[in-house]
Design a protein around this ligand. Structure first.
Ligand code: GLC
Length: 651
């Protein structure tokens, strides 16, 4: 064996008896000790490694702060918390991967469903300190570069979820759409203004009193007919499903869950009661395989009506109050012994249990896997119910769930900082397999102004999940509700013109175990590229530099090499060769500027109002390359293979 091969093979060191989280799909060779970490064993395990001043630390997926995680303290403990500030240690997902760019780059994945604390040069310690439960598997990865290590990791965790083509179209959502009339007005608002739209989300109000797998018959008297009518217009309906099942004898989902013992149990061994949107609920025990089949099967009540996409929510699980705490969690202060501003549901997570292979396991010990297993439950059964690919995305996640669905990044706000955070988070999500991801464009909480929405749409044009979503009681956030609708048409049309590229690059990344969105530093090793975290590489050809500042007429862009600058104004692409270096560009509110790397191409097609009317085979190539490897299929076939990649030549 060559030195290189020994150096490159990932290795796994097992501490205690960790449970199989399902994150990895490949075998990893076992080792007795870690190469980069000192281990202290106690009640918890502590792993330490030294950092040099210039080392960069990537990873952690859905987390706050920069692409470079240095200087932060992060807690993997899935949390329903809308305050996505830089000192918020926990968001909705746990993705325990670190990649250290140093003299001999390495990565480490801390595979445990319990809480993990990452202190990355926290308070200038010059170290990474990771605190884990005592049962954990640690996978170390070695490679030539951080990018190489990320690809090795993607290989270990398996192919990312690939939704149908329509899921790459634009989606509109709002918590507060109640009935067909509301959805009709959204469809009409988009179609009437010549704005593209492929899907509309149905938030909790479509249900009968927020009860999963029910449809409010007054609001949607014939959902099957309605979904079919919408589909004819090129618009799919995407209902929400929440984790908690309302306690209501007589409801078939509830009755079956009780009869078969599918719910999580409390200290006394009875189904645990916690309040979420429907009032008191029980939580399905997704750790039981039969429970997963049962819950996933319930989606049939909607797929039988023609539904082909879902979003899974409140699956951290979010708890407003429980039979034990009794008061609104939101009113309970966080524990004083932990500087982390964790969700107050933490108390409840120590009050209920799962049945894992006949063992009673405290929820807190396996907390981070709950949402991921809900996604798996839905995905495995949707795959059986539908003869085509489906859309599925979740709020809570763990590595492994990326094979079953996508994620959105939860309840952000209509704030420029949240746009910045969205930009920075995308490459980290890609490192851990969540290629199909995106934020609530325009922001969930608060009132989104026109300028912010336009700039945010311009960025979301490049994220696989592109959905405008907002909370009840905020101002109307549909694009046609703003003055100067033509500007919105101009931006939205770019998404559809770029679909041949976005779809191809996404599918190729999934097929090849690659990232769809990367930091600049994964391809360029100059010092400036290593620091930039407001520019990203999208697929193999594009670099973007989104405008993320209020009132800005443009921005500075770092070009690590000569590139083709492409300016799109809603009608035309104008291209110009730009030399390497720092450049100030103007970007009008109705424009998007992006860059094509040398000798690369970007296929563009004609604008369309929905993906059903897009012709992905009719493309023109932009850029200085001479050919492009394009993935083309019918947009829904389950058989996504290399053989669907064709070479397109420049005319
Ligand atoms: C949660 C979700 C949000 C949804 C709301 C109502 O806050 O994150 O997207 O609109 O619940 O269902």
């Amino acid at each position: 064996m060559t030195k290189q091969a020994i150096f490159d093979a990932p290795q796994q060191v097992i501490f205690g008896t960790p449970m199989d989280t399902g994150a990895l799909v490949q075998q990893v060779q076992q080792a007795d000790s870690l190469r980069h970490w000192q281990v202290e064993q106690g009640n918890k395990l502590t792993f330490r490694c030294d950092l040099s001043p210039a080392d960069i630390v990537y990873g952690l997926g859905e987390q706050v702060r920069s692409i470079n995680k240095r200087g932060g303290r992060y807690v993997s403990y899935n949390t329903d918390n809308p305050h996505h500030t830089d000192d918020m240690p926990s968001l909705y997902g746990s993705h325990n991967l670190l990649i250290v760019d140093c003299a001999t780059p390495f990565g480490a994945f801390f595979d445990t469903p319990g809480k993990v604390i990452f202190e990355v040069d926290w308070q200038n310690s010059g170290q990474i300190v990771v605190t884990c439960p005592k049962d954990v598997s640690v996978v170390e990865l070695f490679g030539d570069s951080p990018y190489d290590i990320a690809k090795q990791f993607l290989h270990l965790i398996g192919r990312s979820f690939i939704p149908p083509l329509w899921a790459f179209g634009f989606g509109q959502s709002r918590w507060g759409y109640k009935n067909q009339r509301d959805l009709d007005s959204v469809a009409e608002g988009y179609r009437g203004n010549g704005m593209p739209l492929d899907w509309i989300c149905m938030d909790i109000d479509y249900m009968d009193r927020y009860i999963d797998f029910t449809v409010n018959a007054k609001r949607f008297p014939d959902l099957a007919a309605y979904a079919a009518k919408m589909k004819q217009k090129g618009i799919r309906l995407v209902p929400i499903i929440d984790a908690g099942v309302k306690i209501e004898p007589g409801n078939p989902t509830y009755d079956e869950g009780i009869a078969k013992g599918y719910f999580c149990t409390n200290k006394e061994g009875k189904p645990f009661k916690a309040a979420v949107w429907p009032g008191m609920t029980h939580f399905p025990d997704f750790f039981q395989p039969q429970c997963r089949s049962w819950f996933g099967n319930e989606y049939r009540k909607l797929t039988d009506l023609g539904i082909e996409g879902f979003w899974n929510d409140m699956n951290e699980p979010a708890i407003f109050y429980s039979e034990y705490t009794g008061v609104l969690n939101a009113l309970t202060p966080p524990p004083s012994d932990d500087s982390a501003k964790e969700s107050n549901a933490y108390k409840d997570y120590r009050n209920f249990y799962h049945n894992i292979n006949g063992q009673r396991v405290l929820h807190d010990d396996v907390h981070n896997l709950y949402g991921a297993l809900m996604t798996r439950a839905a995905s495995e059964q949707l795959d059986k119910q539908l003869d085509r690919r489906f859309l599925l995305f979740s709020r809570s996640s763990y590595v492994g769930a990326h094979r079953y669905g996508g994620i959105w990044t939860g309840d952000n706000a209509s704030d420029w900082d949240h746009l910045v955070r969205n930009v920075r988070m995308m490459p980290s999500l890609n490192m851990v397999g969540f290629l199909y991801s995106g934020a609530d464009t325009g922001g969930f909480g608060g009132n989104c102004g026109r300028e912010l929405l336009l700039r945010w749409l311009a960025f979301s044009t490049f994220t696989p999940l592109m959905r405008n979503h907002t909370a009840v009681l905020t101002r109307r956030q549909e694009c046609y509700r703003y003055a100067g609708t033509q500007d919105f048409c101009d931006i939205l049309s770019l998404r559809y013109r770029l679909l041949p590229y976005i779809y191809s690059e996404f599918v190729k990344a999934a097929l090849h175990g690659d990232m769809y969105i990367k930091p600049l530093a994964f391809e360029y090793d100059d010092e400036r590229s290593k620091q930039v975290d407001d520019q990203l590489l999208v697929g193999e050809s594009i670099m973007i530099a989104p405008v993320v500042e209020k009132g800005a007429s443009g921005r500075f862009v770092w070009l690590p090499e000569e590139m083709t600058e492409v300016r799109y104004n809603g009608k035309n692409f104008s291209c110009e060769q730009i030399p390497k270096g720092l450049r100030r560009i103007d970007v009008k509110l109705n424009e998007v500027v992006f860059y094509i790397r040398p000798n690369k191409c970007v296929p563009v097609t004609k604008a369309a109002i929905c993906t059903d009317l897009s012709d992905l085979a009719d493309v023109t190539l932009l850029g200085t390359g001479s050919q492009y490897r394009q993935y083309i299929d019918d947009g829904f076939t389950k058989d996504v293979t290399e053989s669907n990649i064709v070479i397109v030549y420049k005319k």
